[in-house]
Design a binder for this molecule. Structure first.
Ligand SMILES: Cc1cc2nc3c(=O)[nH]c(=O)nc-3n(C[C@H](O)[C@H](O)[C@H](O)COP(=O)(O)OP(=O)(O)OC[C@H]3O[C@@H](n4cnc5c(N)ncnc54)[C@H](O)[C@@H]3O)c2cc1C
Length: 409
């Protein structure tokens, strides 16, 4: 262990400058609070106009509104955002299909496919000239102290020996959160038995601004619509499947992979051609039992990770940041200690039920489609057909996916 250098004092230290950490920093911009952001990566994410990054997220309308209010959305639009109006989901083992349409639900878009790097760069521009924010870039948080009292400050040691102390330290450091581990937050974890293969492709046919998902016994294959300078033949691929199949797909040569992908997608968009490297991401569902301790809060993937099949991970994460921002601002205005459990429990109370409800929903979807038992298969097909024939149910599902209606009180 290095000997800590002189300690610098803050109101809030955010560990992790991914989408969630940056959104929290941007949310606290117009305050008198003294902030620090610690990010392990040495450089901002790399983004090029001529190629798609492999990591892409479907953002809801609620997330778009948050990013707009934080001053990030226009910078994101200047790079690339892909609004989509249709969603087509089908049961690869049966005959049922459900089609969702924005116009049917009375909304302009069902969501926006955005490369994670574009969101991060938009948020980085929004916080670039923030006078109350100090940056610690290319360094990792490695040690964390206990607070001296229930409302005392905690200190954080970085791997270059610098030491920061703060009334509140926020773990926004992703799925393998060091802050969560250092503070011994207990978690519940489920292994989905799925890995996600992600890449991007060009298809023979236009995607029609529609997100396509094929649910099969082995997993879920998503073709998510992207546009390159008006050309709508591009898709981001998220293929969640058994680890063995993911490894096989990764090892295939390009031609064989293209063929398998088109076949698994039942040729709906014609031939496909890889346009990016393939990456495999192991999927785990993890939920911290508590999101807060005296002087500490976890947000987004540091607090919960969820199967990407419904594209909700960072949407839930942004909702965490929006609530925590409000809680911190209110406590500061009322002159309450930012790190007290009385303050932080308000954040946990507001966010935990929604996050848990969404995780339970995704788990049931995954299980529903993982079975080949005939009665379940028939019921599943019947259920999808009923949903497809019922505009009211479809409108409710769309409102929920857009984040226009709370999931749980
Ligand atoms: C295949 C796949 C598809 C997905 N699709 C969607 C989707 O369509 N819609 C959606 O809403 N969500 C989606 N998600 C989820 C989404 O990607 C995550 O929720 C999101 O990236 C989490 O952001 P974050 O800021 O919490 O964490 P991260 O993006 O992991 O950022 C954490 C940051 O902390 C830094 N860090 C880590 N440790 C330290 C340390 N010790 N010190 C300092 N810094 C540190 C890292 O460098 C990183 O920059 C998907 C996930 C996967 C795997």
């Amino acid at each position: 262990m290095q000997q800590p250098k002189a300690t610098k004092s803050y109101d809030v230290v955010i560990v992790g400058g991914g989408m969630a950490g940056l959104a929290l920093a941007a949310g606290l911009a117009a305050t008198n609070l003294k902030l620090a952001l610690v990010e392990a990566a040495e450089q901002p994410p790399n983004w090029q106009a001529s190629i798609f990054n492999t990591r892409v997220s479907a953002l809801s309308e609620t997330s778009r509104q948050l990013l707009e209010s934080l001053g990030a959305w226009s910078a994101m639009e200047k790079r690339r955002v892909n609004p989509y109006q249709g969603m087509h989901v089908w049961d690869g083992e049966g005959t049922a299909e459900v089609a969702f349409d924005a116009a049917e639900a009375g909304v302009s878009n069902l969501g926006y496919l955005v490369e994670n790097a574009v969101t991060q760069l938009g948020l980085l521009e929004a916080v670039a000239n923030q006078a109350n924010l100090d940056w610690y870039q290319g360094v990792e948080a490695t040690e964390l102290s206990e607070p001296a009292s229930a409302q005392g400050k905690r200190s954080l040691v970085l791997n270059d020996g610098r030491c920061l102390e703060a009334a509140l330290i926020v773990g926004a450091d992703g799925a393998n959160s060091k802050i969560r581990q250092l503070a011994n937050f207990k978690t519940r974890e489920w292994n989905y038995g799925h890995h996600a293969l992600v890449t991007s492709v060009r298809m023979e046919k236009s995607h029609g601004n529609t997100a396509w998902q094929n649910f099969t016994e082995k997993g879920v294959l998503a073709f998510l619509p992207l546009n390159l300078e008006g050309d709508n033949h591009w898709c981001s691929i998220v293929w969640s499947t058994h680890p063995e199949q993911a490894a096989e797909l990764l090892a295939l040569d390009e031609q064989a992979f293209n063929q398998q992908l088109a076949q698994a997608f039942e040729g709906r968009l014609g031939k496909v051609e890889l346009s990016q490297t393939r990456q495999v991401v192991p999927l785990r569902q993890r939920h911290a039992i508590d999101y807060v301790k005296p002087g500490l809060a976890l947000i987004a993937d540091a607090a919960h990770t969820i199967h990407p099949l419904a594209g909700q991970g960072i949407n839930l994460g942004f909702a965490d940041t929006a609530v925590l921002t409000q809680v911190i601002k209110q406590a500061a205005a009322d002159n309450k200690p930012l790190g007290s459990l009385m303050v932080l429990n308000t954040y946990q109370r507001q966010r935990k039920p929604d996050n848990l409800a969404m995780m339970a929903l995704m788990e049931s979807f995954k299980r529903l489609f993982a079975t080949q038992k005939l009665p379940v298969l028939l019921l599943r097909n019947l259920g999808m057909k009923l949903v497809n024939a019922n505009p009211w149910i479809k409108r409710q599902l769309i409102a929920q996916a857009l984040g226009l209606r709370p999931l749980a009180k």
